[in-house]
Design a protein around this ligand. Sequence first.
Ligand code: FDP
Length: 340
Amino acid sequence: MSGEELPSTDIITLTRHVLSDQFRAGAVATGDLTLLLTAIQTTSKFIATNVRKARLINLVGLAGETNVQGEEQKKLDVLSNDIMINSLRASGKTAVLVSEELEEAVIIEDKYKGNYCVVFDPLDGSSNIDAGVNIGTIFGIYRIKPGSKGTIEDVLRPGSEMVAAGYTMYGSSANLVLTTGNGVNGYTLDAALGEFILTHPDIRIPPRGKIYSFNEGNAMYFHPPVVNYLNSLKFPPSGKSPYSARYIGSMVADVHRTLLYGGIFGYPDDKKSKSGKLRLLYEAFPMAFLTEQAGGLATTGTKRILDIVPTSIHQRCPVFLGSRDDVQDVLKFYKGGGGA
Ligand code: FDP
């Protein structure tokens, strides 16, 4: 086969990778988390397939219902939510499920009950679906508290108590990015094999980036620290280059780029949205966990996101996350001490 590249015969699939982590964990690991992650992988493959053919089989457009946030549900949102609930319940590994699409938490019946709770946004960035822009699934996983049978209290816990978190981005390829608390790895779906293959081992976010990602259409509502911080990026001291602006408006895609290229993603609270827009449990926590595990920082501007104790499952939270030095600059503006 001269000139032709031979295929690798030692491919690392997501399951193989998580299993090898489990071997390292020794006696503590039961294999339950691996099985739960297998269920999540299956849902991501299903959603990826349907996102790809959505236009052809009339899956885009409205499903004619509104979700708990008062937003119109798309057909793909409904489908993605259903597959996740069904698959996670059937895995036998979950006790409590929280979905962006459902007002109440789902408490799994005894027959299928396991030891984990999954909080998720089945299809985030849904306002982008019809335009074919990248969208994604975001998830966070808690282990139920010792002695608990699985109640809402098992998910009203700080993000620092999550045991795993990740997202799958549906774009030109499907990319699943995962942390189990031991760094961050990225896997790309090989559609022919039907497997997520390790393509981005040990993702480390650069300590400083050159990109900022905010919806500046909200600038008239922004509080002074945010306005001043953004001005410092656009009008840096002479000799320094201004930052580039990139805002897709799909959290998974904006965070994915931030993890790989560095820089900062922000959705602050402002005069109109008192707590910001993004949801704490299934948007801010998983992304903050991934960011910190990749060496970055995630803050509300005044406190570490992962330290927040949620009081309700759909609560919102201001978010700034990304490269360590960039996020530290924002914190300086919040403390009133200027910036870089
Ligand atoms: P969407 O409304 O399209 O579902 O929280 C959802 C989210 O998208 C995020 O994915 C995204 O980062 C943000 O909202 C975009 O909000 P704006 O349109 O207000 O910028």
